[in-house]
Design a protein around this ligand. Structure first.
Ligand SMILES: CC(C)(COP(=O)(O)OP(=O)(O)OC[C@H]1O[C@@H](n2cnc3c(N)ncnc32)[C@H](O)[C@@H]1OP(=O)(O)O)[C@@H](O)C(=O)NCCC(=O)NCCS
Length: 340
C-alpha cells in the first residue's frame, strides 16, 4: 500500500493544517566561553555532554509574551491572516509573564487578536505539541476556524546562574503556528500525548506556587529556580520519546520510511542520537539546532520547524514526526503532513 492510499485512523472530523509559521530568537547570544566566566564549566564539557555551543538570552525588559507576540506576528504574516481572524490562542510556557493573567492574554493584547479567547498550557517542554493537538481538536470539530498555537519561553528567568548542572543547558525563544482546516490535505495526521506525575520531583521549579509561596526563606534556598536530576531525566526522555514517536507513527498509518524529517525536542544531542538509533533513522533525517539555541523548552520544536521551512527544506506533502518530553513528566509526538 502506498502512503497516499493509507487511511489515517486517528483523525475524525475536519483535517487541520499548519497554514503559517514563525519564530523569534532574542538578539543576545551567550556562548560557552561566556559561561566559562560565570560557573565552573568548560566549552569542551558542554559540547561533549550536550552538543550545545551557544544560546539566545532575552533582554531584561523582554517577557515571554514579548517573544511570543513577535513569533505570532511572523506566523500570521506567513499565513496572510489578520489578527482579528484568530478565534483562539493557546500558549505553552513554563515561564509565564506572571502568575496571572495568562501569557496568551498578554500576547492577544500585543498583536490585536481581539476576537480570540486565550489560555496557557503548562506542559513544560511538551507544550507546543500539547497546544498543537488542542488546537487541532477545536478546528477538527468545527468549533473554531483559526487557532494560533504559541510556545514562548524566557527560561533564563528561572535558571540558577550559579548552578552549572542546569544553567548551561537552556536558552530563550518563541515559535508559533496558525492552524486552519484545509480540505483534502492530511495536515496534522496523528498525535499521542502522555504524562507521569509520579516522577515530578526529577524536574521542577519548587518555589513560588501554592505549595511554597515566595518568602525570604524560599528565595534564600533558591527554590525559585529550576531543579533537575539530569541523569534520571535523560533516561526517561529517551524511553518516553522513542515510545511516543512509535505510537504516533502507528496512529498515522505511516512507517518510519515515510517520514522525511524528525524533529525531536532539543535538550541534548546524545538524547537525540539515542532516539534516532532506536527509531532506526539516518542522521540526515534528524533536525538539530540545539548547538545554536540550547534547550528552549516548549519552543524547541516549533522554532526548529520554522527554521526548516525558512531554509527551503520542506516540500509540500513531506511527513514530519515531532516528539517532545519535559517536566511533569509530560511527553507527546505528532505526525504532520506539510501543507504549504
Ligand atoms: C544534564 C546532563 C547534560 C548531564 O550530563 P551527564 O552525562 O548525565 O552528566 P552527569 O550528571 O553524569 O554528571 C557528570 C559530572 O559532570 C559534572 N557537571 C555537571 N554540569 C557540568 C558543567 N556544566 N560543567 C562541568 N561539569 C559539569 C557533574 O557535577 C558530574 O560531576 P561528578 O561526577 O563529579 O558528580 C544530561 O544528564 C542531560 O542532558 N539530561 C537531560 C536533560 C534534559 O533533557 N532536560 C530537560 C528535559 S526537557
Amino acid at each position: 500500500m502506498t502512503t497516499k492510499e493509507r487511511v489515517h485512523p486517528a483523525v475524525v472530523g475536519r483535517t487541520v493544517s499548519i497554514v503559517g509559521i514563525g519564530s523569534y530568537l532574542p538578539e543576545r547570544i551567550l556562548t560557552n566561553a561566556d559561561l566559562e566566566k560565570m560557573v565552573n564549566t568548560t566549552d569542551e564539557w558542554i559540547i561533549t555532554r550536550t552538543g550545545i555551543k551557544e544560546r539566545h538570552i532575552a533582554a531584561p525588559d523582554q517577557a515571554s509574551s514579548d517573544l511570543g507576540a513577535e513569533a505570532a506576528r511572523r506566523a500570521l504574516a506567513d499565513a496572510g491572516i489578520s489578527p482579528e481572524a484568530v478565534d483562539m490562542i493557546v500558549l505553552g510556557t513554563i515561564t509565564p509573564d506572571m502568575g496571572f493573567p495568562n501569557t496568551a492574554c498578554f500576547v492577544q493584547a500585543k498583536i490585536g487578536a481581539k476576537n480570540a479567547f486565550c489560555f496557557d498550557i503548562e506542559a513544560a517542554c511538551s507544550g507546543f505539541l500539547y497546544g498543537l493537538e488542542i488546537g487541532r481538536q477545536f478546528i477538527s470539530t468545527g468549533s473554531m476556524e483559526t487557532v494560533l498555537v504559541i510556545a514562548a519561553e524566557k527560561i533564563s528567568s528561572i535558571l540558577d546562574w550559579e548552578d552549572r548542572n542546569t544553567c548551561v543547558l537552556f536558552g530563550d525563544a518563541a515559535g508559533a503556528v496558525v492552524l486552519q482546516a484545509r480540505g483534502a490535505a492530511h495536515g496534522v495526521m496523528a498525535s499521542t500525548l502522555g504524562s507521569d506525575g509520579t516522577l515530578a520531583e526529577l524536574l521542577m521549579l519548587p518555589g513560588g506556587g501554592s505549595r511554597s509561596p515566595t518568602t525570604e526563606e524560599t528565595v534564600r534556598n533558591r527554590l525559585h529556580y529550576m531543579k533537575m536530576a539530569g541523569r534520571e531525566v535523560f533516561k526517561h526522555a529517551v524511553t518516553n520519546m522513542t515510545r511516543a514517536a512509535k505510537d504516533a507513527l502507528q496512529r498515522s498509518g505511516l512507517g518510519i520510511e515515510d517520514i522525511r524529517w524528525i524533529i525531536p525536542h532539543q535538550a541534548n544531542l546524545r538524547i537525540i542520537e539515542a532516539i534516532g538509533e532506536r527509531l532506526g533513522v539516518t542522521k540526515e533525517k534528524l533536525v538539530i539546532n540545539l548547538e545554536r539555541c540550547g534547550n528552549t523548552s516548549a519552543a524547541t520544536i516549533v522554532v526548529a520547524l520554522d527554521e526548516l521551512a525558512r531554509e527551503g527544506k520542506l516540500q509540500k506533502h513531506d511527513k514530519i514526526l515531532m516528539v517532545a518530553f519535559g517536566g511533569g513528566f509530560t511527553w507527546g509526538a505528532s505526525v504532520v503532513e506539510w501543507d504549504k
